[in-house]
Design a protein around this ligand. Structure first.
Ligand code: ADP
Ligand code: MG
Length: 238
């Protein structure tokens, strides 16, 4: 379970209208990529979906329940940030375990989940290290592992690869795709990178200045962009 329905969501900061009426449905298990230029509202939309930010109007429903009516710990959402957001004083194992400890998960269950996630993400040799002793790619895998151990039904990724160099971006992208196949969770992934969008998405949502320009399968957007903006962004001449 991890379906999402966004109904006419608007978000303003003061007099600045950032989201201008977003409607979107995401099915359980789908991999949906939000693309659009810097400043178009991608991160804001992700934060509204997570319930970290209230919409000015409209609704976000996860499995039919309004997100802000459910306590954060019970939403089944885990978010992965561009900047990793790891605790520098904690080992990899403890960074991954902390949320589960706070949720009073039994310690043998925590150990089982950390082992499974670290195997999946090739982090076994690094479990007792601290973030400063890891490369950027390893840190981002720890941040992903911390999301995985929570066994969320909905993953939200906000430009998770943009601080990595080109080779690592490809590797980590493949790992995220593999994770999606294994976990069959719903994933929403924000990027401004067309290649990431084309290769990862079941469905791409093209955003521009707080509105959705087009939603569709990668090849459908590529072959039949709705307008010049989508054509320019997905890279097919119109
Ligand atoms: P993106 O992730 O697509 O680059 P953002 O969602 O971060 O875009 O930002 C969209 C717009 O909303 C930007 O103009 C940004 O300055 C503005 N914005 C985002 N968060 C805030 C905030 N907390 N207060 C005021 N303006 C904000
Ligand atoms: Mg952003």
């Amino acid at each position: 379970m991890g379906s999402l329905k966004i109904e006419n969501v608007k978000k303003s900061f003061g007099s600045v209208d950032v989201l201008k009426g977003i409607d979107l449905e995401v099915e359980d298990g789908e991999f949906v990529v939000f693309v659009g230029p810097s400043g178009c509202g991608k991160s804001t939309l992700l934060r509204v979906i997570a319930g970290l930010e209230d919409a000015t109007s409209g609704n976000v429903l996860i499995d039919g329940r309004k997100v802000d009516a459910v306590p954060p710990a019970e939403r089944g959402i885990a978010m992965v940030f561009q900047t990793y957001a790891l605790y520098p004083h904690l080992t990899v194992r403890n960074n991954m375990s902390l949320g589960l400890k706070q949720a009073k998960t039994p310690s043998d269950e925590i150990a089982r989940r950390v082992t499974a996630a670290s195997t999946m993400l090739s982090l076994d040799p690094y479990l007792e290290r601290r973030p400063a002793e890891l490369s950027g790619g390893q840190r981002q895998r720890v941040a992903i592992g911390r999301a995985v151990v929570r066994e969320p039904k909905l993953f939200l990724f906000d430009e998770p690869l943009s601080n990595l160099d080109a080779a690592l971006r490809v590797n980590t992208r493949l790992e995220i795709a593999q994770l999606h196949r294994r976990l069959s969770a719903t994933m929403i992934y924000v990027t401004h990178d067309q290649v990431e969008a084309m290769t990862l998405a079941d469905k791409i949502v093209v955003l521009n200045a707080g509105r959705i320009e087009q939603v569709g399968r990668p090849m459908d957007l590529y072959n039949s962009p709705a307008n010049e903006f989508v054509a320019g962004f997905i890279g097919s001449p119109k």
